[in-house]
Design a binder for this molecule. Structure first.
Ligand code: ATR
Length: 277
């Protein structure tokens, strides 16, 4: 039996077991996907003994994404540029390989849900400068975005990110986020604002062109106040759950040998668990 897990601290909130468990059943695979609560001081030992614990690979969630990258023998370009890993597998020689599939997940979902984001290739506005913003900047630049405006409450974090990603990324004051939208064909929220229990994101969308796309990485609730405001203006709105589902695809394929499909049924299955925690 093939076994994989998600490693976090805490790990209870992770929805990865629901996604991978659905696919294991759907494809009739003799496999298992488990939750492993691992404290930061125990991570290195856990990863060094992954195989002996019976695992072919793992997902990694907070707070282990950076440490998992450091613990791996090799890493793909996405993980190295983003500076964090979310997917691990053992190479045939037993060495740990780190990947980051967040950018893949975001871009695959965006291209599926709103392929028009690329038309005209206006500027893109990214809100936030944490780990999620880093993954999304990598994905957008790799996909050909030539100008990304980056706004974050703490300006210095946005400046650090912009310096890493080069001249395509330009920092905009957090207070100027609404007016700067007039040049943008795509707005992406990577902050935690709008999540259940958090304040909504305050932004005036009226400057956005009529064909612009608004994407949120928050998926609980599925329809954030930002996405509701976008839809009310007739703009295309892309929710954060699609990114979560698509980022799981490469790991599942590596561990279990089947490339799984993201379907409306899977989405409905995961939506039914939202709000339960
Ligand atoms: P992650 O790695 O998941 O992206 P993070 O590093 O904690 O998480 O980043 C959270 C993002 O949400 C940051 O950009 C944060 O802004 P700061 O860098 O100024 O902290 C943003 N954020 C969180 N709460 C916010 C709030 N009340 N107003 C504006 N931005 C907020």
């Amino acid at each position: 039996m093939l076994r994989a897990c998600v490693i976090g601290w805490p790990v209870e909130h992770s929805r990865s077991p629901i996604i991978h468990g659905y696919w294991l059943a759907r494809y009739g695979i003799d496999g298992a996907y488990e939750k492993e609560a691992v404290a930061p001081e125990a991570l290195a030992e856990f990863l060094a003994t992954l195989w002996r614990r019976g695992y072919v690979g793992a997902n990694v969630t907070l707070p282990h994404k950076e440490a998992a990258l450091r613990a791996a023998r090799s890493a793909d370009e996405a993980a190295m540029t983003i500076g964090a890993a979310n997917t691990l597998w053992l190479d045939p020689d037993g060495a740990l390989h780190a990947s980051n599939t967040d950018a893949y997940g975001f871009m695959t979902n965006l291209n599926a849900e709103a392929p028009q984001w690329k038309e005209g290739l206006g500027a893109v506005m990214v809100l936030g400068a944490g780990g999620a913003a880093r993954a999304i900047l990598f994905g957008l630049i790799e996909a050909g975005a030539t100008k990304v405006l980056l706004a974050n409450r703490t300006r210095s974090r946005a400046e650090t990110l912009a310096a890493e990603f080069g001249p395509r990324v330009e920092v905009v004051d957090w207070e100027k986020r609404s007016e700067a939208l007039s040049a943008c064909g795509l707005l992406v929220n990577t902050t935690s604002l709008g999540m259940t229990g958090q304040a909504p994101l305050t932004i005036d969308l009226s400057a956005l062109p009529a064909n612009a796309v608004v994407a949120d990485i928050v998926y609980n609730p599925l329809e954030t106040p930002l996405l509701a405001a976008a839809r009310a203006r007739g703009l295309a709105a892309v929710d954060g759950l699609g990114m979560l589902l698509h980022q799981a695809v490469p790991g599942f394929e590596r561990w279990f040998g089947v490339r799984p499909e993201v379907t409306p049924e899977l989405k409905a299955h995961v939506v039914a668990t939202l709000g339960a925690q």
